[in-house]
Ligand binder design. Structure first.
Ligand code: F0G
Length: 452
C-alpha cells in the first residue's frame, strides 16, 4: 500500500475569486474596503476550479491527518494544515504562530445541568493570543504582507486588535488599532501595546471605530484586517474543519456560536456548506448564533424584518467582546442560519454570568462573550429546538484571562446589581478570602469550606 501523501496531489488551489454576496458579481481583485464596486455589499472568496475538479474528500482527509506528524511550519499550523480549502500562498510567505490545533472538551457538569449528555466545547481561547481571531489573522496578515502593505489596521472590541498586532509584529508590519475608549478589557489592550501597535482609544463605540476604519483604508495605504476582509473568514473556516476532523467527520446536530460582528458565524457556516458540497460530511449541523440581550441586532433583524433589513441597536453588555450594534456581516450570518436550519437567540446578563461560572467550574474557563453559547443552549433546550439526545458543540471564542475584571467582580458579588436575580448565583461565587497570615486562620477556613 502506498504511504499517504502529505501534499494531497491534484487538489491544491490554483486560484480564487471574490464574489459579491449581494449582486453576485465575480472579480479577480478587491478594493481596499473589500466591498463590491457595483453594489457596495460584502465579498466572499470562491474557488472556481472546484466546478471542474472537486478535491477528493478521502484524499483531503488523509493528507490533513498525515500532516499532524509533520514538522513543517505550514503543517504545524492548525489553519494551514487545511490549505486546500484556503487561498493559495507559497509556504515561505506564511505568517504563523502555530495557531489552531485547539482542544475539543467534554462538558460533563454542564451536560447534566442542561440535560444534553453529548455536550462539547471547542475552545478557541487556546489559540496563541487567546482567541479565535488567530485562525483568521494568520491568513489575512499573510495576504497583507504578500500584497506589499507596510501597515495593517483594525477596529476592535479587543481580541481582533490583540491578534492583529501579534501577527503584524511576527510579519514585520506596523499595526494601527482603533478601539472604543473605556469599553475593552485591559488584558486585550495590553496585548496590543506589547506587540507594538499604534493604539488609538477613540471616544466612540466599536461601530464608530469600524466606520472610521472603512474610510481610512480608502485614503491611506493601510490594509484592513477586520472580518469584512474575506481572507479572515477563510482562515476562520478551519475552526469547523478541525472540529469535524476531531469528531471523525460525524457532524454534531448543533453548533452554537456567539454573535458580535458576525464574522465567525459566517465563516463557520461557509465551511460547513463547503464541507458538505465536497463530500467531507454527509449532512449539515444546525448553526445557531447567540447574542447578548443588550446587543441583539441580528435577533431583532431576523424577528422583525425576516432578515431583509438590518436593525441597528445601541449596544450595552458586560460581555464587551460582543458589544456591537451594527454588525458588518449580518447578511452572511442570516444566510448561514437559514442554510443550516439554525436559530438565533438572545440571553440576559445574568444568564451569561451564570453560564460563564458553570463553564469555569468544569476547569476550563472562557470570557463572557463565549459563555453566551451555554446560556443560549439552555434557551434552545427550553424551546425544544435542541433535543436531549442530540450532540451539541459550543464554540468558546476567548480565554478566561482575556477579561479578569469581569470574573473577579462576579465572584466578589459586584458584577450585577442586587435585585435583578443576582442573588440566585451566590452558590457559584468563590470570592477571595483575606486572612491573617497564620496556620490557624487557614485551617479554620479549610474546615469551614469542607462543610459548605
Ligand atoms: N467572542 C469573542 C471573544 C470575540 O472577541 C468576538 C468578537 C466574538 C465572540 C464575536 O465574533 O464578531 O465574529 O461575531 N470580537 C471582535 C473583536 C469584534 O474586535 O475582537 P464575531
Amino acid at each position: 500500500m502506498p504511504s499517504p501523501s502529505i501534499s494531497a496531489p491534484g487538489v491544491r488551489q490554483k486560484t480564487f475569486s471574490f464574489r459579491c454576496i449581494g449582486c453576485g458579481d465575480v472579480t479577480e481583485s478587491a478594493q481596499q474596503d473589500f466591498r463590491c464596486a457595483q453594489c457596495r455589499d460584502l465579498l466572499e472568496i470562491v474557488y472556481p476550479a472546484w466546478r471542474d475538479q472537486k478535491p477528493g474528500a478521502e484524499e483531503l482527509k488523509s493528507a490533513w491527518l498525515t500532516r499532524r506528524l509533520s514538522s513543517k511550519l505550514e503543517d504545524r499550523s492548525g489553519v494551514w494544515r487545511f490549505r486546500e480549502l484556503l487561498p493559495p500562498v507559497e509556504s515561505e510567505q506564511i505568517i504563523t504562530l502555530h495557531e489552531g490545533n485547539t482542544p475539543l472538551y467534554e462538558l460533563p457538569r454542564c451536560a447534566r445541568a442542561t440535560g444534553v449528555p453529548k455536550l462539547f466545547a471547542k475552545h478557541q481561547g487556546m489559540n496563541p493570543t487567546g482567541s479565535f481571531k488567530d485562525a483568521g489573522m494568520t491568513v489575512a496578515a499573510t495576504f497583507a504582507r504578500r500584497a506589499g502593505f507596510k501597515w495593517v489596521a483594525c477596529a476592535s472590541t479587543g481580541n481582533t486588535s490583540a491578534s492583529m498586532a501579534a501577527y503584524a509584529a511576527r510579519g514585520g508590519m506596523r499595526s494601527l488599532v482603533l478601539v472604543p475608549e473605556g469599553k475593552i478589557s485591559w488584558s486585550k489592550l495590553s496585548q496590543a501595546l506589547d506587540y507594538g501597535a499604534v493604539t488609538c482609544q477613540l471616544r466612540t463605540d466599536f461601530d464608530g471605530c469600524l466606520r472610521l476604519l472603512q474610510e481610512l483604508v480608502l485614503r491611506a495605504p493601510v490594509y484592513q484586517l477586520n472580518s469584512i476582509n474575506p481572507f479572515r473568514l477563510e482562515g476562520q473556516k478551519t475552526l469547523a474543519l478541525e472540529l469535524l476532523e476531531q469528531m471523525e467527520w460525524n457532524p454534531p446536530d448543533h453548533i452554537i456560536v456567539p454573535g458580535g460582528n458576525l464574522g465567525n458565524s459566517s465563516a463557520m457556516g461557509k465551511a460547513l456548506v463547503e464541507m458538505r458540497d465536497l463530500g467531507l460530511i454527509s449532512g449539515l449541523p444546525k448553526l445557531s448564533v447567540i447574542q447578548a440581550e443588550g446587543a441583539n441586532a441580528l435577533v431583532r433583524t431576523l424577528r422583525e424584518t425576516g432578515g431583509t433589513k438590518l436593525i441597528n441597536v445601541s449596544p450595552e453588555t458586560r460581555a464587551t467582546a460582543i458589544r456591537i450594534g451594527n454588525p458588518a456581516s449580518w447578511k452572511k450570518a442570516a444566510h448561514v442560519i437559514e442554510a443550516t436550519g439554525g436559530a438565533c437567540e438572545q440571553v440576559s446578563e445574568i444568564e451569561i454570568a451564570q453560564a460563564k461560572a458553570e463553564i469555569g467550574a468544569e476547569g476550563i474557563g472562557c470570557e463572557p462573550a463565549s459563555a453566551v453559547t451555554l446560556a443560549g443552549l439552555k434557551r434552545l433546550v427550553e424551546l425544544g429546538f435542541v433535543k436531549p439526545n442530540e450532540t451539541v458543540v459550543l464554540v468558546l471564542t476567548g480565554n478566561l484571562l482575556k477579561d479578569p475584571d469581569y470574573t473577579i467582580e462576579f465572584h466578589r458579588g459586584e458584577l450585577l446589581a442586587e435585585g435583578d436575580g443576582a442573588r440566585s448565583l451566590a452558590s457559584l461565587r468563590h470570592a477571595p478570602i483575606v486572612l491573617d497570615g497564620t496556620l490557624d486562620a487557614v485551617m479554620r477556613t479549610l474546615e469551614r469550606s469542607e462543610k459548605s
